[in-house]
Design a protein around this ligand. Structure first.
Ligand SMILES: Cc1ncc(COP(=O)(O)O)c(C=O)c1O
Ligand SMILES: C[C@@H](O)[C@H](N)C(=O)O
Length: 387
């Protein structure tokens, strides 16, 4: 796919593999925003916002949806709205974003204990993993009974097998537990498996459906669920400062891509990721998890590769990375794919002579960069993060 048609002052994300959150609005989206509705969304009076909420809820087969400015807000108010009367706990994967990257929202907003689970198969929690970590509400005053299970689909780019989701759902119904989905990349799972969003909607009590990752919107998510639940979510959204006013421009930009060939765009990014995963396999470069969709997780620890070196090698080829996770999205060019292969291979070869001990002191790696940005200022550093 050729580089996106963007006005010159916009920085393109065509070489940005740090995350699919770096997708940039296209000219078509910006022009659409200029014709967006301008009602006050807190009063439910913004036509484009309501249209987006209803459209996404209908796609997911749910009664209602609510626009949230971020996936973090969407996840946190969903989980809070499912919960009553602490003490209670939430069960999720030890890598779950709601647990690792939402600033302890579960502890603060939901006053919840979290039970982070390492999947026995290394990829996704099975029902057996859940049963082994579930805390029953059996009157034992020492425990914090499990009230909700939060799954991520995809997680680390891994697609949750539908049959496992169905098994988990059945067990949740038998045990009176709620089931939430962090669907930051549910579109990727839907595109790759051809499972319609509606089928996920039948399984989960709530889904946080992100628009700002692979779907390319500048911001936001739509949280979907039954009408009574979404009404309570609106209450917590307001409490958390997420009641936005004229959100029509953002909604209209998101609708551009929701109504476009989003499957084709996401499958293009998956093709790039699959190509890189195959390359790594051929070169003996270990991966942390299967590259089912748009992410390739290089197992830096196993390869003893230094993330800092990888970032610098990336910048050498004008590719932005921030660690072992290589994130593809529809704006990445095939030229960038070929460049990142060079950066990864050089880092892998370098590690053979200079093995990096990941067990060294914990630090955020800073990489000096001589890359010049559009204003002519040198980007002094790119932090790398453990993913
Ligand atoms: C899996 C996952 N869930 C939720 C979020 C939160 O989304 P946001 O950054 O919009 O708060 C992210 C990050 O973008 C994510 O990767
Ligand atoms: C950094 C993290 O919060 C973000 N969701 C990403 O995947 O890049």
């Amino acid at each position: 796919m050729s580089e996106q048609e963007l006005p010159p002052q916009y920085i393109t994300a065509s070489n940005d593999l740090r995350s699919d959150t770096f997708t940039t609005p296209t000219k078509k989206m910006i022009e659409a925003a200029m014709n967006a509705s301008i009602g006050d969304a807190v009063y439910g009076e913004d036509v484009d916002t309501v249209t987006l909420e209803q459209h996404v809820a209908r796609m997911a087969g749910k009664e209602a949806g609510i626009f949230c400015v971020s996936g973090t807000l969407s996840n946190q108010i969903a989980i809070r709205s499912h919960l009553y009367q602490p003490p209670y706990s939430i069960l999720c994967d030890y890598r779950a974003h709601v647990y690792t990257h939402e600033a302890a929202g579960l502890a603060i907003l939901s006053q919840a204990m979290v039970v982070p689970v390492i999947p026995s198969n290394g990829d996704y929690m099975t029902l057996e993993d859940i049963k082994a970590h579930y805390i029953p509400d059996d009157g034992d005053i020492h425990g914090a009974p499990t009230r909700l299970i939060s799954l991520e689909n995809t997680l680390h780019g891994i697609i949750y097998p539908l049959e496992e989701l169905v098994r988990i759902k059945g067990w949740c119904l038998e045990n009176g537990l709620k089931l939430h989905c962090d669907g930051a990349r549910i579109w990727n799972a839907a595109a790759e498996t051809k499972v319609p969003l509606k089928q996920f909607g039948e399984i989960f009590d709530s889904i946080s459906i992100c628009l700002s990752k692979s779907m390319g919107a500048p911001m936001g998510s739509v949280l979907v669920g039954d009408a009574k639940f979404i009404k309570k979510c609106n209450h917590f959204r307001k409490q958390q400062g997420g009641g936005v006013r004229q959100s029509g421009m953002m909604a209209r930009m998101a609708l551009c891509n929701v109504d476009d060939d989003w499957r084709g765009k996401l499958l293009y990014s998956h093709k790039l990721a699959h190509n890189l995963a195959k390359f790594c396999q051929e070169k003996g470069i270990p991966l942390e998890s299967p590259a089912d969709t748009n992410f390739v997780f290089i197992d830096l620890r196993k390869a003893m590769m230094d993330p800092d070196v990888l970032v610098k090698k990336g910048l050498k080829y004008n590719v932005k990375l921030m660690g072992g996770r290589v994130s593809f999205h529809y704006q990445v060019t095939e030229q960038t794919l070929e460049k990142v292969k060079l950066a990864i291979l050089e880092t892998f070869e370098y590690a053979k002579q200079h093995p990096f001990d990941q067990n060294g002191p914990t630090k955020i790696y800073r990489s000096e960069s001589t890359e010049i940005d559009v204003e002519g200022n040198a980007i002094r550093e790119i932090k790398t993060y453990k993913y």
